[in-house]
Design a protein around this ligand. Structure first.
Ligand code: SF4
Length: 599
Protein backbone atom coordinates (compact mmCIF):
# COMPACT_ATOMS: atom_id res chain seq x y z
CA UNK A 1 0.00 0.00 0.00
CA UNK A 2 2.82 2.37 0.89
CA UNK A 3 4.54 1.66 -2.42
CA UNK A 4 1.35 2.49 -4.28
CA UNK A 5 0.72 5.58 -2.22
CA UNK A 6 -2.53 4.23 -0.83
CA UNK A 7 -3.65 5.40 2.60
CA UNK A 8 -6.74 3.20 2.58
CA UNK A 9 -8.35 0.26 0.80
CA UNK A 10 -11.69 0.22 -0.98
CA UNK A 11 -12.16 -3.52 -0.73
CA UNK A 12 -10.46 -6.11 1.44
CA UNK A 13 -10.64 -9.74 0.27
CA UNK A 14 -10.03 -12.47 2.85
CA UNK A 15 -9.13 -16.04 1.88
CA UNK A 16 -8.16 -19.16 3.80
CA UNK A 17 -5.61 -20.02 1.06
CA UNK A 18 -2.14 -18.61 0.67
CA UNK A 19 -2.45 -15.93 -2.00
CA UNK A 20 -1.58 -17.03 -5.52
CA UNK A 21 -1.76 -14.41 -8.26
CA UNK A 22 -2.98 -16.71 -11.02
CA UNK A 23 -6.27 -16.89 -12.96
CA UNK A 24 -7.00 -20.38 -11.62
CA UNK A 25 -7.59 -18.90 -8.15
CA UNK A 26 -10.90 -17.09 -7.61
CA UNK A 27 -9.74 -14.45 -5.14
CA UNK A 28 -6.94 -13.40 -7.52
CA UNK A 29 -9.43 -12.95 -10.37
CA UNK A 30 -11.88 -10.92 -8.24
CA UNK A 31 -9.05 -8.79 -6.82
CA UNK A 32 -7.43 -8.11 -10.20
CA UNK A 33 -10.82 -7.42 -11.76
CA UNK A 34 -11.82 -4.85 -9.11
CA UNK A 35 -8.35 -3.31 -9.39
CA UNK A 36 -8.86 -2.97 -13.16
CA UNK A 37 -12.06 -1.05 -12.45
CA UNK A 38 -10.16 1.48 -10.35
CA UNK A 39 -10.67 0.06 -6.84
CA UNK A 40 -7.87 -0.27 -4.30
CA UNK A 41 -7.95 -3.91 -3.26
CA UNK A 42 -6.08 -5.58 -0.41
CA UNK A 43 -5.86 -9.34 0.17
CA UNK A 44 -5.63 -10.89 3.61
CA UNK A 45 -4.64 -14.53 3.15
CA UNK A 46 -4.21 -17.42 5.63
CA UNK A 47 -5.61 -15.16 8.37
CA UNK A 48 -4.82 -15.90 11.96
CA UNK A 49 -7.79 -16.56 14.20
CA UNK A 50 -6.21 -15.42 17.49
CA UNK A 51 -7.99 -12.33 18.90
CA UNK A 52 -4.92 -10.17 18.31
CA UNK A 53 -3.89 -12.27 15.32
CA UNK A 54 -1.34 -10.86 12.94
CA UNK A 55 -2.90 -10.24 9.57
CA UNK A 56 -6.17 -8.65 10.63
CA UNK A 57 -4.12 -5.92 12.32
CA UNK A 58 -1.91 -5.36 9.27
CA UNK A 59 -4.63 -3.87 7.10
CA UNK A 60 -6.96 -0.95 7.77
CA UNK A 61 -10.75 -1.22 7.60
CA UNK A 62 -11.71 -0.97 3.93
CA UNK A 63 -13.86 1.94 2.73
CA UNK A 64 -16.51 -0.21 0.98
CA UNK A 65 -16.61 -3.87 2.04
CA UNK A 66 -14.84 -7.02 3.17
CA UNK A 67 -15.22 -10.00 0.81
CA UNK A 68 -14.72 -13.38 2.52
CA UNK A 69 -13.93 -16.72 0.88
CA UNK A 70 -13.09 -19.94 2.73
CA UNK A 71 -10.60 -20.70 -0.06
CA UNK A 72 -10.41 -22.29 -3.49
CA UNK A 73 -12.46 -25.29 -2.38
CA UNK A 74 -14.76 -26.07 0.56
CA UNK A 75 -12.77 -26.07 3.82
CA UNK A 76 -14.31 -29.36 5.01
CA UNK A 77 -13.09 -31.07 1.85
CA UNK A 78 -9.64 -29.49 2.27
CA UNK A 79 -9.50 -30.50 5.94
CA UNK A 80 -10.95 -34.03 5.86
CA UNK A 81 -10.83 -37.16 3.73
CA UNK A 82 -14.01 -38.90 2.59
CA UNK A 83 -13.64 -41.23 5.59
CA UNK A 84 -13.73 -38.13 7.83
CA UNK A 85 -10.05 -38.32 8.80
CA UNK A 86 -7.97 -35.13 9.12
CA UNK A 87 -5.82 -34.52 6.06
CA UNK A 88 -2.13 -34.01 6.68
CA UNK A 89 -1.57 -31.58 3.82
CA UNK A 90 -3.44 -28.49 2.60
CA UNK A 91 -2.04 -27.79 -0.86
CA UNK A 92 -3.61 -24.33 -0.95
CA UNK A 93 -1.68 -23.07 2.09
CA UNK A 94 2.01 -22.12 2.50
CA UNK A 95 4.24 -25.18 2.49
CA UNK A 96 1.14 -27.39 2.39
CA UNK A 97 0.69 -26.89 6.15
CA UNK A 98 -2.83 -27.45 7.50
CA UNK A 99 -4.60 -25.09 9.90
CA UNK A 100 -7.64 -23.80 8.02
CA UNK A 101 -10.67 -23.60 10.34
CA UNK A 102 -13.66 -25.83 9.57
CA UNK A 103 -16.27 -23.96 7.51
CA UNK A 104 -13.72 -21.18 7.34
CA UNK A 105 -16.18 -18.66 5.87
CA UNK A 106 -18.03 -18.49 9.21
CA UNK A 107 -14.83 -18.08 11.23
CA UNK A 108 -13.44 -15.35 8.97
CA UNK A 109 -16.75 -13.45 8.83
CA UNK A 110 -16.83 -13.29 12.61
CA UNK A 111 -13.21 -11.98 12.64
CA UNK A 112 -14.05 -9.39 9.99
CA UNK A 113 -17.00 -8.17 12.06
CA UNK A 114 -14.77 -7.96 15.15
CA UNK A 115 -11.92 -6.10 13.48
CA UNK A 116 -13.88 -3.88 11.11
CA UNK A 117 -17.14 -2.99 12.88
CA UNK A 118 -19.71 -1.34 10.65
CA UNK A 119 -18.10 -2.49 7.36
CA UNK A 120 -20.38 -4.72 5.22
CA UNK A 121 -19.15 -8.32 4.99
CA UNK A 122 -19.93 -10.23 1.78
CA UNK A 123 -19.29 -13.98 1.51
CA UNK A 124 -18.75 -16.00 -1.68
CA UNK A 125 -16.69 -18.72 -3.35
CA UNK A 126 -16.92 -22.49 -3.56
CA UNK A 127 -17.66 -22.91 0.13
CA UNK A 128 -20.38 -20.28 0.53
CA UNK A 129 -22.06 -20.75 -2.89
CA UNK A 130 -23.19 -24.38 -2.61
CA UNK A 131 -24.13 -23.79 1.05
CA UNK A 132 -26.34 -20.82 0.22
CA UNK A 133 -29.55 -22.61 1.25
CA UNK A 134 -30.11 -25.11 4.08
CA UNK A 135 -28.08 -28.20 3.19
CA UNK A 136 -26.84 -31.58 4.34
CA UNK A 137 -23.37 -31.47 5.89
CA UNK A 138 -21.68 -34.82 5.36
CA UNK A 139 -18.89 -34.36 7.89
CA UNK A 140 -21.31 -33.59 10.72
CA UNK A 141 -24.02 -35.86 9.29
CA UNK A 142 -26.76 -33.29 9.82
CA UNK A 143 -28.76 -30.56 8.12
CA UNK A 144 -27.25 -27.10 8.45
CA UNK A 145 -28.75 -23.66 8.02
CA UNK A 146 -27.75 -21.52 5.07
CA UNK A 147 -24.17 -20.33 5.61
CA UNK A 148 -25.50 -16.79 5.26
CA UNK A 149 -27.58 -17.27 8.42
CA UNK A 150 -24.80 -19.05 10.35
CA UNK A 151 -22.10 -16.53 9.41
CA UNK A 152 -24.34 -13.45 9.88
CA UNK A 153 -22.74 -11.88 6.79
CA UNK A 154 -24.60 -9.07 5.02
CA UNK A 155 -24.87 -10.76 1.62
CA UNK A 156 -23.86 -13.97 -0.14
CA UNK A 157 -22.60 -13.96 -3.72
CA UNK A 158 -23.13 -17.25 -5.54
CA UNK A 159 -21.64 -18.46 -8.80
CA UNK A 160 -18.65 -16.78 -10.41
CA UNK A 161 -18.44 -13.46 -8.60
CA UNK A 162 -16.74 -10.82 -10.77
CA UNK A 163 -19.86 -8.93 -11.84
CA UNK A 164 -21.57 -9.06 -8.45
CA UNK A 165 -18.35 -7.91 -6.68
CA UNK A 166 -18.19 -4.88 -8.95
CA UNK A 167 -21.88 -4.07 -8.57
CA UNK A 168 -21.59 -4.29 -4.77
CA UNK A 169 -18.68 -1.81 -4.81
CA UNK A 170 -20.60 0.54 -7.11
CA UNK A 171 -23.81 0.35 -5.09
CA UNK A 172 -21.99 0.96 -1.78
CA UNK A 173 -20.13 3.87 -3.31
CA UNK A 174 -23.44 5.41 -4.35
CA UNK A 175 -24.91 4.71 -0.92
CA UNK A 176 -27.47 2.26 -2.35
CA UNK A 177 -28.92 -0.89 -0.82
CA UNK A 178 -27.50 -4.31 -1.74
CA UNK A 179 -30.97 -5.78 -1.78
CA UNK A 180 -32.38 -7.51 -4.89
CA UNK A 181 -29.12 -8.18 -6.75
CA UNK A 182 -29.06 -11.10 -9.23
CA UNK A 183 -26.95 -14.10 -8.19
CA UNK A 184 -26.87 -13.16 -4.51
CA UNK A 185 -28.72 -14.29 -1.39
CA UNK A 186 -29.93 -12.04 1.41
CA UNK A 187 -31.81 -12.58 4.67
CA UNK A 188 -35.21 -10.86 4.84
CA UNK A 189 -38.38 -10.76 6.93
CA UNK A 190 -41.56 -12.36 5.59
CA UNK A 191 -43.05 -8.93 4.90
CA UNK A 192 -40.03 -8.12 2.69
CA UNK A 193 -40.42 -11.11 0.35
CA UNK A 194 -40.98 -10.01 -3.24
CA UNK A 195 -44.16 -10.97 -5.13
CA UNK A 196 -43.67 -14.19 -7.06
CA UNK A 197 -40.98 -15.62 -4.77
CA UNK A 198 -41.16 -19.43 -4.81
CA UNK A 199 -41.27 -20.96 -1.33
CA UNK A 200 -39.04 -24.01 -0.85
CA UNK A 201 -38.85 -26.33 2.18
CA UNK A 202 -37.37 -24.42 5.13
CA UNK A 203 -34.46 -25.39 7.35
CA UNK A 204 -36.61 -26.69 10.22
CA UNK A 205 -38.77 -28.74 7.81
CA UNK A 206 -35.67 -30.30 6.22
CA UNK A 207 -34.28 -31.08 9.62
CA UNK A 208 -37.37 -33.08 10.56
CA UNK A 209 -37.96 -34.57 7.09
CA UNK A 210 -34.77 -34.93 4.98
CA UNK A 211 -36.90 -36.27 2.06
CA UNK A 212 -37.89 -32.65 1.46
CA UNK A 213 -34.41 -32.30 -0.07
CA UNK A 214 -36.08 -33.63 -3.25
CA UNK A 215 -38.52 -30.72 -3.82
CA UNK A 216 -35.75 -28.33 -2.78
CA UNK A 217 -33.44 -29.81 -5.43
CA UNK A 218 -36.19 -29.59 -8.05
CA UNK A 219 -36.86 -25.93 -7.29
CA UNK A 220 -33.16 -24.98 -7.40
CA UNK A 221 -32.81 -26.77 -10.75
CA UNK A 222 -35.94 -25.29 -12.26
CA UNK A 223 -35.22 -21.72 -11.17
CA UNK A 224 -31.57 -21.69 -12.22
CA UNK A 225 -31.88 -19.36 -15.21
CA UNK A 226 -31.96 -15.59 -15.66
CA UNK A 227 -35.41 -14.18 -15.03
CA UNK A 228 -36.48 -17.15 -12.87
CA UNK A 229 -38.40 -16.75 -9.63
CA UNK A 230 -36.39 -15.91 -6.51
CA UNK A 231 -36.40 -18.75 -3.96
CA UNK A 232 -37.54 -18.10 -0.39
CA UNK A 233 -36.44 -20.50 2.34
CA UNK A 234 -37.64 -20.10 5.92
CA UNK A 235 -35.09 -20.17 8.75
CA UNK A 236 -37.02 -19.51 12.00
CA UNK A 237 -38.80 -16.18 11.59
CA UNK A 238 -36.57 -15.02 8.69
CA UNK A 239 -36.13 -16.10 5.09
CA UNK A 240 -33.08 -16.65 2.95
CA UNK A 241 -33.95 -15.12 -0.39
CA UNK A 242 -31.97 -16.48 -3.36
CA UNK A 243 -32.11 -14.20 -6.39
CA UNK A 244 -31.89 -15.80 -9.87
CA UNK A 245 -28.64 -16.00 -11.84
CA UNK A 246 -27.16 -13.39 -14.14
CA UNK A 247 -26.98 -14.19 -17.84
CA UNK A 248 -23.86 -16.17 -18.74
CA UNK A 249 -20.77 -13.97 -19.16
CA UNK A 250 -20.09 -12.91 -22.74
CA UNK A 251 -16.87 -13.82 -24.54
CA UNK A 252 -15.62 -10.24 -24.12
CA UNK A 253 -16.32 -10.38 -20.38
CA UNK A 254 -14.53 -13.71 -19.92
CA UNK A 255 -11.59 -12.40 -21.97
CA UNK A 256 -11.40 -9.33 -19.75
CA UNK A 257 -11.03 -11.52 -16.62
CA UNK A 258 -8.22 -13.64 -18.07
CA UNK A 259 -6.36 -10.73 -19.68
CA UNK A 260 -5.63 -9.21 -16.25
CA UNK A 261 -1.96 -8.79 -15.26
CA UNK A 262 -1.47 -11.88 -13.07
CA UNK A 263 2.07 -12.50 -11.80
CA UNK A 264 1.45 -16.29 -11.99
CA UNK A 265 3.18 -16.76 -8.67
CA UNK A 266 2.40 -16.95 -4.98
CA UNK A 267 2.90 -13.91 -2.79
CA UNK A 268 6.59 -13.54 -1.88
CA UNK A 269 5.62 -13.77 1.81
CA UNK A 270 5.26 -17.52 1.18
CA UNK A 271 8.71 -18.14 -0.31
CA UNK A 272 10.17 -19.04 3.08
CA UNK A 273 7.57 -21.80 3.58
CA UNK A 274 8.29 -23.23 0.12
CA UNK A 275 5.34 -21.60 -1.66
CA UNK A 276 1.81 -22.85 -2.33
CA UNK A 277 1.92 -26.43 -3.68
CA UNK A 278 -1.40 -26.09 -5.58
CA UNK A 279 0.20 -23.62 -7.98
CA UNK A 280 2.59 -26.18 -9.41
CA UNK A 281 -0.12 -28.17 -11.21
CA UNK A 282 -1.62 -25.10 -12.90
CA UNK A 283 1.22 -22.59 -13.22
CA UNK A 284 1.73 -23.16 -16.96
CA UNK A 285 -1.87 -23.94 -17.81
CA UNK A 286 -4.39 -21.89 -19.78
CA UNK A 287 -8.05 -21.91 -18.85
CA UNK A 288 -10.14 -21.74 -22.02
CA UNK A 289 -13.69 -21.58 -20.62
CA UNK A 290 -16.06 -21.86 -17.67
CA UNK A 291 -19.15 -24.01 -17.23
CA UNK A 292 -19.97 -27.67 -17.88
CA UNK A 293 -22.89 -29.25 -19.73
CA UNK A 294 -22.47 -32.67 -18.20
CA UNK A 295 -24.59 -32.55 -15.03
CA UNK A 296 -22.84 -35.50 -13.36
CA UNK A 297 -24.63 -36.34 -10.10
CA UNK A 298 -21.58 -36.03 -7.84
CA UNK A 299 -20.36 -32.67 -9.14
CA UNK A 300 -21.35 -29.18 -8.02
CA UNK A 301 -19.73 -27.28 -10.89
CA UNK A 302 -23.00 -26.58 -12.72
CA UNK A 303 -24.39 -24.94 -9.56
CA UNK A 304 -21.34 -22.67 -9.48
CA UNK A 305 -20.15 -22.05 -13.04
CA UNK A 306 -23.43 -22.88 -14.78
CA UNK A 307 -24.33 -25.25 -17.63
CA UNK A 308 -23.63 -22.77 -20.41
CA UNK A 309 -20.07 -22.85 -21.71
CA UNK A 310 -18.63 -19.37 -21.37
CA UNK A 311 -15.51 -19.40 -23.49
CA UNK A 312 -12.62 -17.09 -24.26
CA UNK A 313 -11.77 -15.86 -27.72
CA UNK A 314 -8.81 -17.39 -29.56
CA UNK A 315 -7.07 -14.01 -29.37
CA UNK A 316 -7.32 -13.89 -25.58
CA UNK A 317 -6.00 -17.48 -25.21
CA UNK A 318 -3.13 -16.68 -27.57
CA UNK A 319 -2.30 -13.50 -25.66
CA UNK A 320 -1.98 -15.61 -22.53
CA UNK A 321 0.22 -18.16 -24.35
CA UNK A 322 2.50 -15.30 -25.46
CA UNK A 323 2.64 -14.00 -21.87
CA UNK A 324 3.66 -17.45 -20.61
CA UNK A 325 6.47 -17.53 -23.16
CA UNK A 326 7.77 -14.21 -21.81
CA UNK A 327 7.86 -15.52 -18.24
CA UNK A 328 11.40 -15.98 -16.99
CA UNK A 329 10.70 -19.50 -15.66
CA UNK A 330 8.78 -20.84 -18.68
CA UNK A 331 10.48 -23.83 -20.33
CA UNK A 332 8.32 -24.25 -23.44
CA UNK A 333 5.56 -26.59 -22.21
CA UNK A 334 2.02 -25.43 -21.66
CA UNK A 335 0.74 -28.19 -19.42
CA UNK A 336 -2.95 -27.69 -20.08
CA UNK A 337 -5.20 -25.85 -22.52
CA UNK A 338 -8.58 -26.73 -21.11
CA UNK A 339 -11.39 -26.09 -18.67
CA UNK A 340 -13.73 -28.08 -16.40
CA UNK A 341 -14.05 -30.49 -19.37
CA UNK A 342 -11.43 -29.65 -21.97
CA UNK A 343 -13.30 -30.54 -25.14
CA UNK A 344 -16.40 -28.54 -24.21
CA UNK A 345 -14.60 -25.39 -25.36
CA UNK A 346 -16.93 -23.55 -27.71
CA UNK A 347 -19.72 -26.09 -27.26
CA UNK A 348 -23.11 -24.46 -27.53
CA UNK A 349 -26.80 -25.25 -27.33
CA UNK A 350 -29.35 -22.95 -28.92
CA UNK A 351 -31.76 -23.39 -26.03
CA UNK A 352 -29.30 -22.49 -23.26
CA UNK A 353 -27.92 -19.60 -25.28
CA UNK A 354 -31.38 -18.05 -25.26
CA UNK A 355 -31.18 -18.21 -21.45
CA UNK A 356 -33.96 -20.82 -21.23
CA UNK A 357 -33.79 -23.84 -18.91
CA UNK A 358 -33.74 -27.37 -20.25
CA UNK A 359 -35.13 -29.82 -17.77
CA UNK A 360 -36.49 -32.60 -19.92
CA UNK A 361 -33.27 -34.27 -20.83
CA UNK A 362 -29.51 -34.34 -20.30
CA UNK A 363 -26.96 -32.96 -22.74
CA UNK A 364 -24.77 -36.07 -22.70
CA UNK A 365 -26.72 -38.97 -21.20
CA UNK A 366 -27.83 -41.52 -22.15
CA UNK A 367 -26.63 -40.17 -25.52
CA UNK A 368 -25.29 -36.87 -26.77
CA UNK A 369 -28.19 -34.44 -27.38
CA UNK A 370 -28.76 -33.54 -31.05
CA UNK A 371 -28.97 -29.85 -30.04
CA UNK A 372 -25.21 -29.82 -29.42
CA UNK A 373 -23.05 -28.67 -32.32
CA UNK A 374 -20.23 -31.10 -31.64
CA UNK A 375 -18.87 -31.56 -35.14
CA UNK A 376 -18.45 -27.86 -35.83
CA UNK A 377 -17.32 -26.78 -32.41
CA UNK A 378 -14.81 -29.55 -31.77
CA UNK A 379 -13.07 -28.11 -34.82
CA UNK A 380 -12.85 -24.77 -32.97
CA UNK A 381 -11.07 -26.45 -30.06
CA UNK A 382 -8.77 -28.35 -32.43
CA UNK A 383 -7.88 -25.12 -34.17
CA UNK A 384 -7.22 -23.39 -30.84
CA UNK A 385 -4.87 -26.16 -29.70
CA UNK A 386 -3.00 -25.91 -33.00
CA UNK A 387 -2.66 -22.14 -32.70
CA UNK A 388 -1.35 -22.38 -29.12
CA UNK A 389 1.16 -25.03 -30.17
CA UNK A 390 2.39 -22.85 -33.03
CA UNK A 391 2.92 -19.83 -30.75
CA UNK A 392 6.57 -18.76 -30.95
CA UNK A 393 8.41 -20.14 -27.91
CA UNK A 394 5.90 -22.95 -27.21
CA UNK A 395 7.28 -26.45 -27.72
CA UNK A 396 4.27 -28.40 -26.43
CA UNK A 397 0.63 -27.55 -25.79
CA UNK A 398 -0.83 -30.42 -23.80
CA UNK A 399 -4.32 -31.11 -22.53
CA UNK A 400 -4.36 -32.41 -18.99
CA UNK A 401 -7.90 -31.38 -18.03
CA UNK A 402 -10.42 -34.19 -18.24
CA UNK A 403 -11.67 -35.05 -21.73
CA UNK A 404 -15.19 -36.37 -22.45
CA UNK A 405 -14.57 -39.39 -24.65
CA UNK A 406 -18.27 -39.42 -25.68
CA UNK A 407 -17.72 -36.00 -27.23
CA UNK A 408 -14.91 -37.24 -29.44
CA UNK A 409 -17.32 -38.89 -31.90
CA UNK A 410 -19.40 -36.94 -34.36
CA UNK A 411 -23.11 -37.24 -35.18
CA UNK A 412 -22.31 -40.03 -37.67
CA UNK A 413 -20.67 -42.03 -34.84
CA UNK A 414 -17.17 -41.72 -36.35
CA UNK A 415 -14.26 -40.34 -34.34
CA UNK A 416 -13.71 -36.65 -34.93
CA UNK A 417 -10.42 -35.23 -36.29
CA UNK A 418 -9.95 -33.72 -32.79
CA UNK A 419 -9.34 -37.23 -31.42
CA UNK A 420 -6.41 -37.91 -33.76
CA UNK A 421 -4.96 -34.48 -33.13
CA UNK A 422 -5.11 -34.98 -29.37
CA UNK A 423 -3.41 -38.37 -29.62
CA UNK A 424 -0.77 -37.08 -32.01
CA UNK A 425 0.03 -33.66 -30.60
CA UNK A 426 -1.56 -32.82 -27.28
CA UNK A 427 -1.20 -35.79 -24.94
CA UNK A 428 1.98 -36.03 -22.91
CA UNK A 429 2.01 -39.83 -22.84
CA UNK A 430 -1.17 -40.19 -20.77
CA UNK A 431 -4.66 -39.10 -21.74
CA UNK A 432 -6.96 -38.57 -18.75
CA UNK A 433 -10.48 -39.93 -19.01
CA UNK A 434 -13.04 -40.33 -16.27
CA UNK A 435 -15.34 -43.29 -16.93
CA UNK A 436 -15.97 -43.06 -13.11
CA UNK A 437 -17.28 -46.64 -12.91
CA UNK A 438 -17.92 -49.74 -14.99
CA UNK A 439 -21.28 -50.87 -13.65
CA UNK A 440 -24.25 -49.71 -15.72
CA UNK A 441 -26.38 -49.35 -12.54
CA UNK A 442 -23.87 -47.02 -10.94
CA UNK A 443 -23.22 -45.06 -14.12
CA UNK A 444 -26.94 -44.43 -14.58
CA UNK A 445 -27.23 -43.03 -11.04
CA UNK A 446 -24.09 -40.95 -11.61
CA UNK A 447 -25.62 -39.67 -14.87
CA UNK A 448 -22.58 -40.85 -16.84
CA UNK A 449 -22.50 -42.60 -20.24
CA UNK A 450 -22.46 -46.37 -20.49
CA UNK A 451 -19.14 -48.20 -20.03
CA UNK A 452 -19.59 -49.56 -23.55
CA UNK A 453 -19.03 -46.03 -24.86
CA UNK A 454 -15.75 -45.94 -22.94
CA UNK A 455 -14.69 -49.39 -24.17
CA UNK A 456 -15.33 -48.39 -27.75
CA UNK A 457 -13.19 -45.30 -27.36
CA UNK A 458 -10.47 -47.22 -25.50
CA UNK A 459 -10.16 -49.68 -28.41
CA UNK A 460 -9.94 -46.84 -30.97
CA UNK A 461 -7.36 -44.96 -28.86
CA UNK A 462 -5.13 -48.02 -28.52
CA UNK A 463 -5.41 -48.81 -32.23
CA UNK A 464 -4.49 -45.25 -33.19
CA UNK A 465 -1.55 -45.11 -30.76
CA UNK A 466 -0.29 -48.38 -32.26
CA UNK A 467 -0.63 -47.20 -35.85
CA UNK A 468 1.19 -43.97 -34.96
CA UNK A 469 3.90 -45.88 -33.10
CA UNK A 470 3.11 -44.05 -29.86
CA UNK A 471 3.66 -45.48 -26.40
CA UNK A 472 0.72 -43.65 -24.85
CA UNK A 473 -1.70 -44.71 -22.15
CA UNK A 474 -5.11 -43.88 -20.82
CA UNK A 475 -5.30 -42.73 -17.22
CA UNK A 476 -8.72 -43.45 -15.75
CA UNK A 477 -10.50 -41.87 -12.84
CA UNK A 478 -13.03 -43.81 -10.79
CA UNK A 479 -15.34 -43.01 -7.89
CA UNK A 480 -16.26 -45.59 -5.27
CA UNK A 481 -19.03 -45.43 -2.69
CA UNK A 482 -21.37 -43.41 -4.92
CA UNK A 483 -25.10 -43.88 -4.27
CA UNK A 484 -26.39 -46.64 -6.52
CA UNK A 485 -23.22 -48.74 -6.04
CA UNK A 486 -23.77 -52.11 -4.40
CA UNK A 487 -20.93 -54.49 -3.59
CA UNK A 488 -21.91 -56.43 -6.72
CA UNK A 489 -21.47 -53.26 -8.80
CA UNK A 490 -18.06 -52.71 -7.21
CA UNK A 491 -17.13 -56.28 -8.17
CA UNK A 492 -18.20 -55.55 -11.75
CA UNK A 493 -15.67 -52.70 -11.80
CA UNK A 494 -13.06 -54.99 -10.22
CA UNK A 495 -13.59 -57.61 -12.96
CA UNK A 496 -13.08 -55.05 -15.70
CA UNK A 497 -9.91 -53.75 -14.04
CA UNK A 498 -8.58 -57.26 -13.46
CA UNK A 499 -9.22 -58.16 -17.10
CA UNK A 500 -7.07 -55.15 -18.08
CA UNK A 501 -4.51 -55.90 -15.33
CA UNK A 502 -4.97 -52.24 -14.42
CA UNK A 503 -5.02 -50.67 -10.98
CA UNK A 504 -6.01 -47.02 -11.34
CA UNK A 505 -3.90 -44.23 -9.91
CA UNK A 506 -6.88 -42.10 -9.00
CA UNK A 507 -9.71 -43.59 -7.01
CA UNK A 508 -11.89 -41.12 -5.22
CA UNK A 509 -14.31 -41.93 -2.44
CA UNK A 510 -17.63 -40.23 -3.00
CA UNK A 511 -18.36 -37.17 -0.84
CA UNK A 512 -21.93 -35.80 -0.96
CA UNK A 513 -21.34 -32.14 -1.78
CA UNK A 514 -24.10 -29.68 -0.86
CA UNK A 515 -26.69 -29.00 -3.61
CA UNK A 516 -25.72 -31.92 -5.82
CA UNK A 517 -28.03 -34.65 -7.09
CA UNK A 518 -25.63 -37.17 -5.51
CA UNK A 519 -26.08 -35.49 -2.13
CA UNK A 520 -29.88 -35.79 -2.38
CA UNK A 521 -29.47 -39.47 -3.36
CA UNK A 522 -27.22 -39.96 -0.33
CA UNK A 523 -29.63 -38.28 2.09
CA UNK A 524 -32.93 -39.73 0.81
CA UNK A 525 -31.96 -43.01 -0.88
CA UNK A 526 -33.88 -41.80 -3.95
CA UNK A 527 -32.94 -40.16 -7.20
CA UNK A 528 -34.51 -36.68 -7.13
CA UNK A 529 -35.12 -36.64 -10.90
CA UNK A 530 -36.68 -40.02 -11.64
CA UNK A 531 -37.71 -41.11 -8.13
CA UNK A 532 -35.80 -44.41 -8.44
CA UNK A 533 -34.69 -45.97 -5.10
CA UNK A 534 -30.92 -46.21 -4.89
CA UNK A 535 -28.65 -48.21 -2.63
CA UNK A 536 -26.56 -45.92 -0.40
CA UNK A 537 -23.24 -47.42 0.74
CA UNK A 538 -23.12 -45.56 4.05
CA UNK A 539 -21.19 -48.07 6.15
CA UNK A 540 -17.49 -47.33 6.40
CA UNK A 541 -16.65 -51.02 5.95
CA UNK A 542 -18.67 -51.34 2.75
CA UNK A 543 -16.94 -48.24 1.36
CA UNK A 544 -13.54 -49.68 2.31
CA UNK A 545 -14.35 -52.92 0.46
CA UNK A 546 -15.44 -50.93 -2.62
CA UNK A 547 -12.21 -48.97 -2.54
CA UNK A 548 -10.10 -52.09 -2.05
CA UNK A 549 -11.77 -53.68 -5.10
CA UNK A 550 -10.77 -50.69 -7.22
CA UNK A 551 -7.27 -50.51 -5.68
CA UNK A 552 -6.93 -54.30 -5.90
CA UNK A 553 -3.17 -54.30 -6.37
CA UNK A 554 -2.39 -52.54 -3.08
CA UNK A 555 -1.22 -55.19 -0.54
CA UNK A 556 -3.53 -53.78 2.17
CA UNK A 557 -6.53 -54.35 -0.14
CA UNK A 558 -6.18 -58.12 -0.19
CA UNK A 559 -8.22 -59.14 2.91
CA UNK A 560 -11.01 -56.74 1.92
CA UNK A 561 -11.07 -57.91 -1.72
CA UNK A 562 -11.30 -61.53 -0.62
CA UNK A 563 -14.01 -60.69 1.94
CA UNK A 564 -16.05 -58.84 -0.72
CA UNK A 565 -15.76 -61.73 -3.18
CA UNK A 566 -16.86 -64.24 -0.53
CA UNK A 567 -19.74 -62.03 0.67
CA UNK A 568 -21.11 -61.82 -2.86
CA UNK A 569 -20.51 -65.49 -3.70
CA UNK A 570 -17.89 -64.60 -6.32
CA UNK A 571 -15.11 -66.94 -5.16
CA UNK A 572 -14.77 -67.88 -8.85
CA UNK A 573 -12.68 -64.69 -9.18
CA UNK A 574 -10.27 -65.55 -6.34
CA UNK A 575 -7.95 -67.67 -8.48
CA UNK A 576 -7.55 -64.99 -11.17
CA UNK A 577 -7.05 -62.30 -8.54
CA UNK A 578 -4.36 -64.21 -6.65
CA UNK A 579 -2.61 -65.11 -9.89
CA UNK A 580 -2.51 -61.41 -10.93
CA UNK A 581 -1.14 -60.43 -7.52
CA UNK A 582 1.56 -63.13 -7.67
CA UNK A 583 2.59 -62.07 -11.14
CA UNK A 584 2.78 -58.48 -10.03
CA UNK A 585 4.95 -59.43 -7.00
CA UNK A 586 7.30 -61.35 -9.30
CA UNK A 587 7.62 -58.40 -11.63
CA UNK A 588 8.21 -56.06 -8.72
CA UNK A 589 11.19 -58.09 -7.54
CA UNK A 590 12.55 -58.24 -11.07
CA UNK A 591 12.00 -54.55 -11.91
CA UNK A 592 12.60 -51.32 -10.04
CA UNK A 593 9.63 -50.19 -7.91
CA UNK A 594 7.01 -48.18 -9.71
CA UNK A 595 4.91 -45.64 -7.85
CA UNK A 596 1.42 -46.94 -7.24
CA UNK A 597 -0.66 -44.11 -5.84
CA UNK A 598 -4.05 -45.74 -5.77
CA UNK A 599 -6.12 -43.70 -3.35
S1 SF4 B 1 -31.33 -28.99 -25.47
FE1 SF4 B 1 -29.83 -30.66 -25.35
S2 SF4 B 1 -27.83 -29.65 -25.36
FE2 SF4 B 1 -29.36 -28.08 -24.87
S3 SF4 B 1 -29.39 -28.05 -22.62
FE3 SF4 B 1 -31.04 -29.42 -23.29
S4 SF4 B 1 -30.07 -31.43 -23.26
FE4 SF4 B 1 -28.41 -29.94 -23.23
Amino acid sequence: MAARGWDELDVLLVTGDGYVDHPSFGVAVIGRFLESQGYRVGILDVPDLEPDGAGWERLPAPRLYVGVSGGTIDSMVTNYTASRKRRRVDVYRPGGKTGRPNIATIAYTSQARHHFPGVPVIIGGLEAGPRRLAHYEYYQDKMRRSILVDSKADLLVWGMGERQSLEIAQRLERGETLSGMAMTCEVVRESELPDGARHVPGFEELESDPDLSIPLFEAVREENHPGAAPLAQRHGDRFVLQHPPLSPSTEAEVDSYYDLPFARNWHPDHDAAGGIPALETVRWSINTHRGCMADCSFCSITFHQGRTIQGRSEESVLREAAKLVEHVDFRGTITDVGGPTANMYGLGCKLLEKGEPCLDRDCLTPNVCPALRIDKESEGYRRLLGLVKRTAGVKHAFVSSGIRHDLLSGKDGKLLPLHKDLVENHVSGRMKLAPEHASENTLRVMNKPSFEVYEKYEAAYKADCKSMGRDQHLVNYFIVGHPGTTLEDAIELFEKLLARNYSPEQVQEFIPLPMTRGCVQWVTGKDPINGESVHVPRSGHERKMQKALACWRAPESRPLVEEALRTCGRTDLLGRYRHAIRQRARRRTAEPLELDTCG
